[in-house]
Write a protein of this length. Structure first.
Length: 278
């Protein structure tokens, strides 16, 4: 594998979290998943994101084990699924996830959605227990509204480190961005390329052509300019590298104004158990 001119140190950090990671949603072929994780880590990524519902924690663990990168240098995150959010189930399945991943601690553990078995008091009591005993280093939430985040903070002794949400130039999430900036909350963007739709937006193509880069790289650079961590899904070495090289893209104010002018609310993920008020 050819070497990227970028290094792990090229990736800015939000506290301990590298602001560009590898997402693994739908990467459900075990061999391919393990290889994409290994490829990303050896290219310079240091943030890997998975979830119980993805069904690939074993393969992600295999990729981490295969990579020539120390575990301590990797920021590893997974998510507790909505059927496992009762307190006892949080404790049991978090440890099952770590066993599958082959690790002794998690850098970040999320509540995947505030739904089904989710009970703020019971769920977060278990998260606090995991934080207190060193099993997890950071508590996260995902798909939470500002009201959900405030409620979580009331229940937790540990801080809420991050909220993972869908955010991209076609769903710019101004309200959540303002809330995060005002309350010291990190945002992590899933589907940061809008499931590939960023390639079909004239404003993004205009900015991409100006810089001689891809629309994907522009979208990831836009997130970084707004202090948002991105975890784009990629399986091939070419796409993993293209996303990594977004770190070389610097947008100017004209670019940011052009992207801000995209007047769309194009949500790709909206299950029936999602929040009523996004």
């Amino acid at each position: 594998m050819s070497q990227s001119p970028l290094t792990p140190e090229s990736v800015p950090k939000a506290d301990s979290m590298p602001m560009l990671g590898l997402g693994t949603w739908e990467n459900d072929s075990p061999d391919q998943c393990a290889e994409s994780v290994r490829t990303a880590l050896e290219m310079g990524y240091r943030h890997i994101d998975t979830a119980q519902i993805y069904g690939n924690e074993d393969a992600v663990g295999d990729g981490i084990a295969a990579a020539d990168v120390d575990r301590e240098d990797i920021f590893l995150a997974t998510k507790i699924w909505i059927s496992n959010l009762a307190g006892e189930d949080v404790l049991a399945t978090a440890r099952e996830s770590m066993e599958k991943l082959g690790v002794e601690y998690l850098d970040l553990l999320y509540v995947h959605w505030p739904a089904r078995a989710y009970d703020p008091e019971d769920t977060f009591a278990a998260f606090d227990e995991l934080a207190d005993d060193g099993t997890i280093r950071n508590v996260g939430v995902s798909n939470f509204t500002p009201d959900h985040v405030e409620q979580a903070r009331e229940m937790l002794d540990a801080p809420v480190f991050a909220n993972q949400i869908e955010i991209h130039p076609l769903l710019q999430q101004e309200r959540m961005r303002e809330f995060a900036a005002d309350t010291d909350l990190e945002l992590v963007a899933y589907s940061p390329l809008a499931r590939g739709d960023v390639f079909n937006v004239p404003e993004l193509t205009e900015v991409a052509e100006k810089h001689g880069v891809s629309e994907a790289q522009v979208s990831l650079a836009w997130l970084r300019e707004h202090d948002i961590t991105a975890i784009p899904k990629a399986t091939s070495e070419a796409h993993i590298r293209d996303n990594f090289e977004s770190l070389t893209v610097e947008l100017d104010e004209e670019d940011l104004d052009t992207i801000a002018s995209i007047d769309r609310t194009d949500r790709k993920v909206d299950p029936d158990f999602g929040p009523d008020a996004w």
